[in-house]
Design a binder for this molecule. Structure first.
Ligand SMILES: CC(C)(COP(=O)(O)OP(=O)(O)OC[C@H]1O[C@@H](n2cnc3c(N)ncnc32)[C@H](O)[C@@H]1OP(=O)(O)O)[C@@H](O)C(=O)NCCC(=O)NCCS
Length: 190
């Protein structure tokens, strides 16, 4: 269900060395989007610290770039080593690029990465009144139930398939061997 991105836009994974880009993107969010993203008001210092810590070993961040500037991001992380098949996803898109299908594209890429890592449940932390995020989640492979303002989506095809692995590799533009090694290492670790 791929939709065209806004003109000049592209999506790719962020590198661990790109936490500055992520920080600057989070700092550019307008107050309402910032509140929606973090389920409440947070300070600039919080965002600076958050961006630095966001690139953990269990996290994958897809970025939406326009002319080289990060304008949107989707974080995927495994919740804890004890709950291997559960992940958490969160999205942030700067205001001028909202409602242009970017969230949908980022969610597609996030679901693909989740499936390829054997994740079965995705928690999408959002405020109960965040209709747009819930509408977005409903569109995709997830069956959803609502609980205390957060959306829990079940990834319907928890096993990675060769096609889903290939789609992610092609989307990343990685060498096949490197990408397969990465995926296998993650699966073995799981
Ligand atoms: C929530 C968010 C990620 C959605 O991304 P987006 O690019 O704006 O969404 P899309 O354009 O892909 O639209 C997704 C769906 O939401 C619906 N939608 C779009 N704009 C909407 C609006 N203003 N109000 C209600 N629903 C809306 C659309 O119906 C669309 O579904 P459709 O394609 O079936 O019509 C983005 O708006 C955002 O970053 N908001 C601020 C932070 C946030 O709320 N994060 C979520 C919590 S982690």
């Amino acid at each position: 269900m791929e939709e065209p991105l806004p003109r000049g836009g592209m999506i790719r994974k962020l590198w661990i060395s790109e936490s500055d880009l992520y920080r600057d993107h989070l700092l550019r969010l307008d107050p309402e989007s910032r509140r929606s993203r973090f389920s409440g008001g947070v300070s600039e210092q919080f965002l600076r610290d958050y961006a630095e810590l966001a690139f953990g070993i269990d996290s994958i961040i897809h970025g939406f770039f326009v002319d080289g500037t990060l304008r949107g991001a989707a974080e995927l992380r495994t919740i804890s080593a004890a709950v291997k098949r559960e992940g958490e996803a969160a999205f942030s898109i700067e205001k001028p690029w909202q409602s242009h299908g970017v969230g949908s594209m980022l969610l597609e890429r996030t679901l693909l990465a989740a499936r390829n890592r054997g994740l079965k449940f995705l928690h999408m932390i959002c405020l109960a009144e965040n209709q747009r995020m819930q509408q977005l989640a409903r569109k995709y492979d997830a069956e959803l139930s609502f609980d205390f303002g957060s959306v829990v989506g079940e990834v319907t095809a928890p096993r990675p398939t060769l096609i889903s692995l290939m789609r992610e590799i092609v989307a990343d533009g990685h060498g096949f061997a490197t990408a397969m090694f990465d995926v296998q290492a993650r699966l073995l670790a799981g």
